[in-house]
Design a protein around this ligand. Structure first.
Ligand SMILES: [Zn+2]
Ligand SMILES: [Zn+2]
Length: 132
């Protein structure tokens, strides 16, 4: 709130010409309209508790929708970047599974070397370190 009071129609009870408060509902999902988190803004009067909408519209590029794999990959890529350095998170789990697979199937492999290969492979696959 920065001093200025918005006046208008309450989105909850429909009363008009009332001072409005703003409540944001945020979702951990990146769409094309807001970055990096999708949110819904509800403008409501002081008498109303804001109600979280049952539905929300998110925006995708049409181009991406034609290729759902690309879309899924983008989401995965984001998660991977986010969890790159967190133990027990997605990246770590993928990395240790990959490393184990390499370690088990390649003769004379050391655990350190297997980890290193797994990590490099994941970084390259998900383009970690490059700008999105
Ligand atoms: Zn109201
Ligand atoms: Zn959005």
């Amino acid at each position: 709130m920065c001093g200025e009071i918005e006046v208008g129609r309450c989105e909850c009870c429909g009363k008009d010409n009332v001072p409005l408060e703003r409540t944001y509902f945020r979702y951990p999902f990146e769409c094309e309209c807001h970055s990096p988190e999708h949110f819904i803004l509800v403008r409501h009067c002081e008498d109303c508790d804001p109600i979280e909408p049952r539905e929300t519209k998110v925006v995708f590029k049409t181009e991406d929708l034609k290729n759902p794999f690309a879309l899924a990959f983008k989401i995965m890529q984001k998660e991977m970047r986010k969890t790159r350095d967190i133990k027990g998170e997605i990246y770590d789990v993928w990395e240790s599974n990959l490393a184990m697979m390499i370690y088990d199937s390649v003769p004379n492999m050391t655990a350190d070397r297997a980890n290193e290969i797994a990590s490099k492979w994941l970084d390259r696959l998900f383009k970690i370190g490059e700008q999105p």
